[in-house]
Design a protein around this ligand. Structure first.
Ligand code: ADP
Length: 325
């Protein structure tokens, strides 16, 4: 059977490697053994892995290879074992990633619970002793702060599940970025540290709660990753038919090679992950929210100097199949 005829029995995906195998003999010495694995059709019409091992058999007067000799072996069991091994390794890596995430998530959830429990125990003792109410307030505030942290963490975990199952939906209404900024800042940030440089009053069609969530995430990251500085600059601009919001901080910044990954799910900059708490979900969720608005997002950063996280959304919302009015 010639090569053209045999092509009908060879899996089309493997033809390039067979062609490479045949071509390679032109450059090989007479004693070199070349190998290739490919699928052929058996008499029942099923694909079946074989391995060919070949050597140069004849050359013409000019030294060009004219014939090769190949031994073909059944390779299906070896291939199956190899594929199973790869599948197992992939599953193991996946399980390890899941375990790592579970360990980070349980640590993140446990820390605030420990503080809340301690605050409530102190409160209980103080109430029993009927101490001054102003002391009680310190512990109540501490517990509320930690409950807010817990509720954000649980919210992020729930949003992640919604995104994975394609169930994150938008509730679009008309409002101004000013209103969203005001709501977001009222979230408990220290107003003195946030400088609003510019603003846009034109109404925008967005999911107000979700855009507030993105902004709150950018601002809380700007605070969290700026231990030595408390100044944050907030800027709102018009860019064509979109409104762009930028949050600039003067904190630890991000190394240039890491910036393309910060919006990826579970990505945390290694050097920062031990020092700062987090699940690596906030920016991923923010990116998904902006995508649903058919907007854009990004970051410019310099390690040691600070970062500017930004997003832009069109003034007029254009519904897609994924989002709903
Ligand atoms: P988290 O803060 O929970 O780890 P995010 O998804 O919000 O998760 O952020 C992903 C990673 O991006 C963070 O772990 C951090 O390493 C980096 N990052 C985010 N915002 C900033 C910032 N303003 N400055 C420096 N690094 C940042």
């Amino acid at each position: 059977m010639d090569y053209m005829e045999s092509q009908k029995l060879i899996c089309v995906d493997d033809l390039p490697s067979i062609e490479e195998y045949l071509r390679s003999f032109q450059e090989s010495g007479n004693e070199d053994v070349r190998e290739v694995e490919f699928r052929v059709k058996n008499i029942h019409g099923q694909w079946w892995w074989v391995k060919a091992r070949g050597k140069v058999f004849k050359r013409n007067a000019g030294g060009k290879v004219t014939q090769i000799i190949s031994i073909i072996q059944d390779w299906s069991q070896k291939k199956e074992a190899e594929e199973k091994k790869q599948e197992n390794e992939f599953m193991q890596a996946l399980l390890q990633k899941k375990d790592e995430f579970m360990s980070v998530a349980s640590h993140e959830l446990k820390t605030p619970i420990t503080t809340i429990k301690a605050s409530l125990q102190v409160l209980q003792r103080q109430v029993e002793r009927q101490v001054d109410e102003s002391i009680l307030l310190v512990f109540i505030k501490r517990a509320i702060l930690q409950i807010n942290k817990l509720s954000t963490l649980i919210g992020d975990l729930m949003d992640n599940t919604k995104i994975q199952s394609g169930k994150l939906r938008l509730d679009i209404s008309s409002c101004t970025m000013d209103e969203i900024i005001a709501d977001s800042i009222l979230h408990g940030f220290n107003l003195e540290n946030i400088i609003i440089e510019n603003t846009v009053t034109e109404p925008v069609e967005v999911d107000r709660i979700r855009i507030e969530q993105v902004l709150t995430n950018y601002i809380s990251n700007a605070i969290k990753y700026s231990p030595g500085s408390d100044k944050i600059l907030l800027r709102v601009n018009t860019e064509g038919d979109s409104v762009k919001v930028s949050v600039r901080d003067f904190g630890i910044g991000i190394a240039r090679e890491k910036t393309p990954y910060v919006f990826d799910r579970f990505f945390r900059v290694n050097e920062a992950s031990t020092q700062f708490s987090g699940l690596g979900l906030g920016l991923y969720i923010s990116a998904e929210i902006i995508n649903l608005h058919q907007g854009r997002y990004g970051v410019e950063s310099e390690e040691g100097k600070g970062s500017t996280f930004w997003f832009s959304v069109p003034f007029k919302h254009q519904p897609t199949n994924e989002s709903s009015m």
